[in-house]
Design a protein around this ligand. Structure first.
Ligand code: G4P
Length: 542
C-alpha cells in the first residue's frame, strides 16, 4: 500500500443524526476524549460560552449564543483518522444540516432511550436513505428509565423502515441499569458510573456462562430477565450481515450512556470495524476511485487522476472585516497538498485553493495536506456554488449535484424602502445562491412577490440580519401557514389545471421549476389522488 492508499484506508467520515437533546454533543465529546483530542470532555460545547470557541463566526451567533454553521472535527483513534461532521440540530437546524449528510460516508443515529425515534431524526434519516449510507444506532441515556428494548427496536423498524440488529443488549435501565450483554462474545459488560470526563475504566466482562458471577453481579431477577430476552431476541431479530449494514439496509444497534461514559468505546471500536473508508463517488463520467481519482469511463486512459472534491456548504461572513465566504468541500479522491493547482470544473478555471483550513477539535489550522474523506474549508472568491467539483487540471468530471431539500417555513418578503430594489434583489439572490434560504415566486407573477422558504426558522433572522448589515436593506417577513412543499416531477395537465385543495398554492423556484405548497400534510395525498399521472417529490435534483 502506498502512502495515499494507507491514509485513505484510515479515514472514517460520518455525521451524527439525532433529535435535539438526545445526546449528540455529549457523545461527540466522548469520542474526542477517546481520541485524546481534548483532555476533558465538556469543552466542545459548554452550551453558550465554550461553543463560541468552535464557531464564533457570525455576529448573530454571538447574540444568540448558538452556532449557525456546521463544521467538521478530526481526531485519531486506534490507527483511524476520524472526521465527524457536525449537523446542527437545535434552532440552528437548516438546509446545511441536510447537505452535510451528502458529505458523510456513514451516519451515527443517536436515540434517547426514553423517547425512541423523534421528528428530526426521522427527517435526517430520510436524507441518509437517499444515498443508502450505512447507519449505526446508539441508544443513549440508559442510566435513565428507558422504554422497553423490544419496543425501541420496533419503533426504529416501523418508523424508519430499516431492519435492526442489536450488537449488545441493555440489562435494566435507570437506577436498575447493570450494563450490556454483548451478543458476539456472550459476555456481560458491567456498568459503572464513571465520572464525567474520564474514560470508562472499571467496567468488567463476565461470561454469561459464569452463572455464579452473573448472579452476584446482576441479581436473580435481572439475570433471569436477561436470559429470557436473549432467547426471544435470538429467535426474532435479523441476522447480522455486514453487507446489509454497508448497504444501509440493516442498522447495528448499541446501547449505552454517553453522559456516564458507558458503551461509548465499545460503540466506537465496532463502528470503526464495520464502517468503510471512503469509496467511489458518482460523477458524470462514472464512479471515481478514491485512491486514483480516475473516473470509471476513463479507466483505460488515465490522464491524471489524483485529487478531487465537491463543495457541500458555503459559509458567508466568517470574518466580518473582509465579508469573505468559505466554501467547505469534501475530498473524494487522492491527496490535497498546499499550493497545488486544481481545476474548478464549473468555471473552467485552474487555480490554487486559497487559505485552505481544517478544524482539528476546537482549533482551525491552515492545512498542509489532506486526503479523501477529509473536509477542508477554502476562501471563496465568489465563484463557487454548492455542488461544484474540483479536480486535477487535466481531468474534467462533475460530482453528482446536491439536491435542494424541502423548506418547512415560508414567509412573504417585503421591502421597507422600495427605493432600494436593486440592492434587495442582489442581496436576496446572493444569499439564496449560497444556499442559506430558498426563494420562490408566485406561479403567475414576476419577481415582485418573493416568497422565502427555510428549513429552520433561524434562517429568517439570518436573512434579515444579513440584508441589513451587508446590503443595507430592511425587510419585513409575513409568515405564511404552509409547511409542506413538493416539486412537481411529472404532470399530465398544465400546472394551472391541477385540481387542488383549498390550502394549496402554486409557486415556482428560481430555475422555473413548478412546486406546490400545502398547509396540511394530508392534502398532498388528496391532490395526488385527484390528479392522475401527477408525481411529486420532497426534494429537487435540478
Ligand atoms: P444534543 O447535542 O443532542 O442536543 O444533546 P446534548 O449532548 O447537549 O445532551 C442533552 C442533555 O442530555 C444534556 O443535559 C446532557 O447532559 C444530557 N445527556 C446526554 N447524554 C446523556 C446520558 O447518557 N444520560 C443522561 N442522564 N443524560 C444525558 P442538559 O441538562 O440539557 O445539559 P448540561 O447542562 O448537562 O450540559
Amino acid at each position: 500500500m502506498n502512502q495515499i492508499e494507507s491514509e485513505i484506508a484510515k479515514r472514517r467520515t460520518f455525521a451524527i443524526i439525532s433529535h435535539p437533546d438526545a445526546g449528540k454533543t455529549t457523545l461527540t465529546e466522548k469520542f474526542l476524549l477517546y481520541g485524546g483530542a481534548i483532555n476533558l470532555a465538556g469543552s466542545v460545547k459548554g452550551k453558550a460560552t465554550a461553543r463560541h470557541a468552535v464557531s464564533d463566526w457570525m455576529e448573530i451567533e454571538k447574540q444568540r449564543g448558538i452556532s449557525v454553521t456546521s463544521s467538521a472535527l478530526q481526531f485519531e483513534y486506534d490507527g483511524c483518522c476520524i472526521n465527524i461532521l457536525d449537523t446542527p440540530g437545535h434552532q440552528d437546524f437548516s438546509e446545511d444540516t441536510y447537505r452535510t449528510l451528502m458529505a458523510a460516508d456513514s451516519a451515527v443515529m443517536v436515540i434517547d432511550a426514553s423517547k425512541g425515534v423523534e421528528a428530526q431524526t426521522k427527517k435526517l434519516f430520510k436524507v441518509c436513505t437517499l444515498r443508502h449510507i450505512p447507519i449505526f444506532t446508539f441508544i443513549n441515556k440508559l442510566d435513565r428509565d428507558a422504554r422497553d428494548t423490544f419496543d425501541l427496536l420496533d419503533d426504529i423498524e416501523k418508523n424508519l423502515g430499516i431492519d435492526t440488529c442489536p450488537v449488545n443488549w441493555p440489562i435494566g435501565s435507570g437506577k436498575g441499569f447493570k450494563g450490556v450483554y454483548e451478543r458476539e462474545t456472550g459476555e456481560v459488560i458491567t456498568y459503572s458510573d464513571t465520572q464525567k470526563g474520564t474514560k470508562e475504566g472499571t467496567a468488567r466482562r463476565i461470561p454469561l456462562s459464569d452463572r455464579e458471577s452473573i448472579l452476584a453481579e446482576l441479581g436473580e431477577a435481572a439475570a433471569e430477565k436477561l436470559e429470557e430476552e436473549i432467547d426471544l431476541l435470538d429467535g426474532a431479530s435479523a441476522e447480522f450481515d455486514l453487507e446489509e449494514v454497508r448497504a444501509g439496509m440493516l442498522t447495528p444497534v448499541f446501547f449505552g450512556s454517553a453522559l456516564t461514559n458507558f458503551g461509548v468505546e465499545i460503540f466506537l471500536q465496532n463502528f470503526l470495524e464495520m464502517a468503510l473508508p471512503p469509496t467511489g463517488r458518482m460523477t458524470d463520467k462514472g464512479l471515481v476511485d478514491p485512491v486514483t481519482g480516475v473516473p470509471e469511463n476513463e479507466a483505460d486512459d488515465p490522464k491524471n487522476g489524483g485529487f478531487s472534491a465537491f463543495v457541500f456548504k458555503i459559509q458567508a461572513n466568517m470574518n466580518k472585516a473582509h465579508r469573505d465566504r468559505i466554501a467547505f468541500m469534501r475530498i473524494c479522491s487522492g491527496k490535497y497538498e498546499a499550493g497545488m493547482e486544481v481545476r474548478h470544473v464549473q468555471s473552467g478555471r485552474v487555480q490554487r485553493l486559497s487559505q485552505p483550513q481544517q478544524l482539528m477539535a476546537s482549533d482551525r489550522k491552515i492545512l498542509e495536506e489532506a486526503y479523501a474523506g477529509d473536509i477542508i474549508g477554502v476562501f471563496d472568491p465568489g465563484l463557487y456554488s454548492i455542488g461544484d467539483t474540483f479536480c486535477m487540471p487535466k481531468e474534467e468530471f462533475r460530482y453528482e449535484g446536491i439536491p435542494t431539500f424541502a423548506p418547512e417555513h415560508f414567509a412573504r418578503v417585503r421591502q421597507v424602502d422600495t427605493m432600494k430594489r436593486d440592492q434587495f434583489v442582489k442581496g436576496i439572490n446572493q444569499i439564496a445562491q449560497e444556499g442559506a434560504i430558498q426563494i420562490f415566486q408566485e406561479y403567475n407573477t414576476g419577481m415582485e412577490e418573493i416568497i422565502c422558504g427555510v428549513v429552520g426558522m433561524l434562517q429568517f433572522d439570518v436573512l434579515k440580519f444579513r440584508l441589513k448589515s451587508e446590503y443595507n436593506v430592511e425587510i419585513l417577513l409575513d409568515t405564511l401557514p404552509y409547511e409542506h412543499i413538493r416539486w412537481i416531477t411529472k404532470c399530465e395537465t398544465p400546472i394551472d389545471r391541477i385540481t387542488g385543495t383549498t390550502d394549496m398554492k402554486r409557486i415556482r423556484d428560481l430555475k422555473g421549476n413548478p412546486l406546490l405548497l400545502f398547509v396540511n400534510p394530508w392534502s398532498v395525498q388528496m391532490v395526488l389522488d385527484r390528479n392522475k399521472g401527477l408525481e411529486l417529490e420532497e426534494f429537487s435534483r435540478n
